[in-house]
Design a protein around this ligand. Structure first.
Ligand code: UFG
Length: 321
């Protein structure tokens, strides 16, 4: 049964892959994106595209009557969130609140929200379950957590069927849809820039972590597995409930393991140099995704690091032509 959906941020990395999977599953998708960080040509050709602000444009668009909203549009640079917090409270929290109000006003029944592992901060236990304390260590995570709380209130008060998906480290690509940030801070695309010859070497931020090879460990989830969790979330969303799910591939990989996988896939030597730790980086972030498996019937299928890197590398090479 096809749904009529609004996707905010559908010109961005995760939003564009999700839009592609939704369209291919037969849903009718309208993308709203202000193109502040997204790209118009990243919107799937079979989706309708409206350029504009998620709160204003998507808000008034909901008048047309939609089955749900997938809300990806956000500011998402951790470092910038610490130096320009207003941009994050305004762009993430205020925008999401306006969107929630518009959904309520127009009776839009379902919401799937892009939350983040950054809501947990430095973890006490690993892997991290959804019941872990939420103590974000940066403004980005704080704004996403604030929105999660607002969604809980709206579900309780107004019957919204809501799901927040807490992404761990999203990676990989889906054919022509992938990561194309003007300001790139993420490990895998930066390493692939070295393999492409656009960057001289990769910096390893810290080799004094309490991990087996002393570099930080993250849970890299393939963007297609992540997108498919959104389709399941739409299906399982229940009126009056706000469910929260961690999404990771279940295995952590160290910075050195990522660099090694990139060497294997690209055949490039990828020079690396140790640099100081990046402020606020926890040593290990790995998701316990059991709840998503049990309640959504989700199972990540693209869990091998080399496969994830290969898809990102094919995307990178195709874009360079
Ligand atoms: N790293 C390097 N060198 C680099 C870039 C990154 O060593 O040039 C390291 C980082 O220190 C970290 C790991 O590679 O240990 C992964 O870093 P990313 O920047 O790719 O990802 P993060 O784990 O910092 O960030 C991710 C999401 C954020 C989210 C955060 C916390 O991208 O949106 O997890 O959940 F906020």
């Amino acid at each position: 049964n096809a749904l009529k959906l609004v996707v905010t941020g559908g010109a961005g990395y995760v939003g564009s892959v999700c839009t592609a999977r939704l369209v291919e599953a037969g849903h009718q998708v309208t993308v709203v994106d202000d193109l502040s960080t997204g790209h118009a040509d990243a919107v799937h050709p079979d989706a309708r595209f409206i350029e504009g602000d998620a709160a204003e444009v998507a808000g008034s668009l909901l008048r047309e009557g939609f089955d749900g909203v997938l809300h990806f549009a956000a500011k998402s640079l951790v470092g910038e969130s610490m130096t320009a917090p207003s941009k994050y409270w305004e762009g993430n929290v205020v925008t999401s609140l306006r969107l929630l109000e518009a959904m309520q006003e127009h009776g839009t029944p379902r919401l799937v929200f892009s939350s983040t592992a950054a809501t947990y901060g430095e973890p006490e236990q690993s892997p991290i379950p959804e019941s872990a304390p939420t103590r974000p260590t940066n403004t980005y995570g704080a704004t996403k957590l604030a929105i999660d709380h607002a969604i809980t209130s709206f579900a309780g008060a107004h019957g919204l069927a809501a799901v927040s998906l807490r992404y761990f480290n999203v990676a990989g690509a889906y054919g022509a849809f992938g990561e194309r940030h003007a300001t790139e801070t993420h490990l895998i695309p930066l390493v692939l820039q070295v393999a492409s010859g656009d960057r001289e070497r990769i910096q390893i931020f810290g080799d004094d972590y309490p991990t087996p090879d002393h570099t930080a460990i993250r849970d890299y989830i393939h963007v297609v597995d992540l997108a498919d969790a959104h389709l399941l979330a739409l299906k399982h969303a229940t009126a009056g409930q706000h469910r929260i799910y961690n999404l990771g591939n279940g295995t952590g990989f160290s910075v050195l393991e990522v660099i090694e996988a990139c060497r294997e896939v690209t055949g490039h030597s990828i020079p690396a140099a140790v640099a100081p730790r990046r402020a606020g980086d926890p040593s290990v972030l790995v998701a316990a995704s059991d709840r998503a498996r049990e309640e959504l019937g989700w199972k990540p299928e693209r869990t091998e690091l080399t496969g994830i890197v290969r898809d990102a590398w094919e995307f990178t090479q195709a874009r360079r032509g």
